[in-house]
Ligand binder design. Structure first.
Ligand SMILES: NC(=O)c1ccc[n+]([C@@H]2O[C@H](COP(=O)([O-])OP(=O)(O)OC[C@H]3O[C@@H](n4cnc5c(N)ncnc54)[C@H](O)[C@@H]3O)[C@@H](O)[C@H]2O)c1
Ligand SMILES: CC(=O)N[C@@H]1[C@@H](OP(=O)(O)OP(=O)(O)OC[C@H]2O[C@@H](n3ccc(=O)[nH]c3=O)[C@H](O)[C@@H]2O)O[C@H](CO)[C@@H](O)[C@@H]1O
Length: 460
């Protein structure tokens, strides 16, 4: 790392420093996002230091042994391993780097309020190694005001440096979709930047402008950029809630919501989302609460956002009711239920806040459950609940009275009702399809009852 003063360098010199490998970037939080960010800066030419508190993860990353959901990120970290190192020492990493990127989460507590401890700890470490000429970019999704009211005071108090004079500070939300993260950053989206002042905005947007082909969108300040990210998430949550509510009515009216949705979305102003078993992941179910946290402090009540959250948090119970209806149709008092999918969405191994847990929790007292997921190899919660997790679909379906499709993994797209009943080995079963993965649902084979979110019940 050269002793670079990024604030005094021209745009051309900033880009040259990036491309030539004389710029060192430390990334705090080597999770789904941090590993993708590290890969992207490596590909742009930087030297990178990956920082995490999880020593086991650091050890595996250092040995190129950490299996990532995003295979391209995994491959790039391996291909460019000569320019990246990993450490648990966040202070040293800050001393040795010119740019510090924070992807450590602000977590959500059981009381639905933000927990800043981990985030603050990473900022404190950065502050202890902060030097004149450095740039700090916060990319975690945070309640509006966090950069200005939480991070900035810590950085200045501990380092004694002054933002815009001695160092640069910006907020830039991450918008990656795990599984295609590098393309999302480099090709798909403009990078939103909110600098504390014009110098911070210039330095951050010049460097990210050399990475994101769609360029950068500079907003007035960090709080606007924080708010933008949460607005995207709340938009999605509200629209998923609308889809779930419309689907529930469609089922009561004996209608197939899929064809209705497709027809409605043929109108460019309509973007009705997909109904499902609920909203999981570490993002969409969390961001509305970050907005409500800021709203509460401003004396404002976000009625729509709150109502939508409630609808989506009820969705797993709705699916559990469908499963209980299925058990009634079969006349089986303690059915064996195969739940297909533990991850919160298709083709990832991420189970954070997955609706599958809620569905299983509603049923596990009265039904015998087995869970299948092609990506999740082990799960502590299922182990505590005494519920078996298998990666074999044959193993999961054998003897299952009820088969529940809870996650839209592509692996399930090829399943037909005939194949499912064949794999159960039974003459009478029910299929509860919360993701509309079954194509031949309208004409079930003998012995199959098909129930779904947003579709009428179908039986032979
Ligand atoms: N996962 C996504 O799809 C996604 C997409 C966009 C934005 N985000 C946001 O990005 C942030 C990170 O999300 P993620 O999914 O990568 O989380 P993650 O849980 O996968 O990774 C977070 C990492 O931070 C580490 N960590 C915790 N405290 C630390 C500390 N004090 N210092 C250094 N490392 C520490 C953890 O050990 C973990 O490895 C969150 O704010 C999230 O909302 C996530
Ligand atoms: C605004 C937006 O798009 N942001 C994306 C989102 O990505 P994500 O990884 O959180 O995944 P989603 O696809 O949002 O799914 C969340 C849950 O909602 C369910 N769902 C989804 C669509 C639908 O029509 N019906 C549903 O029921 C789905 O099954 C899953 O449980 O947040 C990331 C972090 O901020 C972003 O970076 C990323 O751009």
């Amino acid at each position: 790392m050269g002793n670079l003063n990024l604030l005094l360098m021209s745009n051309e010199d900033l880009v040259n420093a990036l491309r030539s490998g004389s710029l060192t970037v430390s990334v705090y939080g080597m999770g789904y996002v941090g590993t993708a960010i590290a890969a992207v800066w490596l590909r742009a030419g930087a030297r990178v230091i990956g920082v995490d508190v999880d020593a086991e993860k650091i050890k595996k990353l250092d040995a190129c042994e950490l299996k990532l959901s995003d295979r391209q990120v995994e491959e790039e970290l391996r291909r460019l391993k000569d320019r990246i190192s990993y450490t648990t020492d966040g202070v040293e990493a800050s001393r040795l780097s010119n740019v510090k990127i924070v992807t450590v989460p602000v977590y959500l507590g059981k009381d639905k309020r933000p927990i800043f401890d981990s985030f603050k700890a990473s900022i404190e470490n950065i502050a202890r190694g902060l030097k004149v000429g450095d740039l700090v970019i916060i990319e975690s999704s945070v309640p509006p005001g966090t950069t200005m009211d939480v991070a900035l005071p810590i950085l200045e108090r501990i380092s004694g440096l002054r933002v815009e004079r001695d160092y640069a500070l910006a907020y830039s939300p991450e918008r990656i979709y795990v599984g295609r993260a590098i393309a999302d950053i480099e090709e798909r989206y403009p990078k939103v930047i909110g600098g504390v002042g014009p110098i911070s905005s210039r330095v951050a947007s010049t460097l990210y402008g050399a990475i994101a082909r769609k360029g950068t969108l500079i907003l007035s300040n960090p709080t606007a950029a924080e708010f933008e990210k949460l607005a995207e998430g709340a938009y999605r949550d509200v629209n998923i809630a609308l889809a779930n509510e419309l689907a529930q009515l469609a089922r009561l009216l004996g209608l197939d919501f899929d064809e209705i949705r497709e027809a409605a979305n043929s109108q460019p102003y309509s973007n009705i989302h997909k109904p499902g078993p609920g909203v999981g992941g570490s993002c969409i179910p969390v961001y509305p609460y970050f907005l409500m946290y800021a709203a509460e402090r401003a004396g404002f009540n976000m009625k729509l956002v709150q109502t939508a959250r409630g609808i989506n948090e009820y969705a797993p119970a709705y699916v559990a009711e469908l499963i209980k209806t299925a058990a009634g149709e079969l006349g089986v008092s303690r059915p064996r239920v195969a739940v297909l999918g533990l991850a919160f969405r298709g083709n990832v191994d991420d189970t954070r806040l997955s609706p599958s847990y809620d569905i299983i929790n509603y049923l596990r007292g009265s039904m015998d459950i087995i869970v299948h997921d092609p990506y999740v190899k082990f799960d502590k919660t299922l182990e505590e609940w005494g519920i078996r997790l298998t990666n074999s679909i044959e193993d999961a379906l054998k003897g299952a009275n009820i088969v529940v499709i809870a996650t839209d993994h592509s692996d399930y797209g090829g399943l037909t009702l005939s194949r499912i009943i064949q794999l159960t080995g039974l003459s009478s079963i029910a299929v509860v399809d919360s993701r509309h993965m079954i194509k031949d649902w309208r004409n079930p084979p003998p012995g199959v009852v098909y129930l779904a979110v947003g579709r009428p019940t179908a039986k032979a």
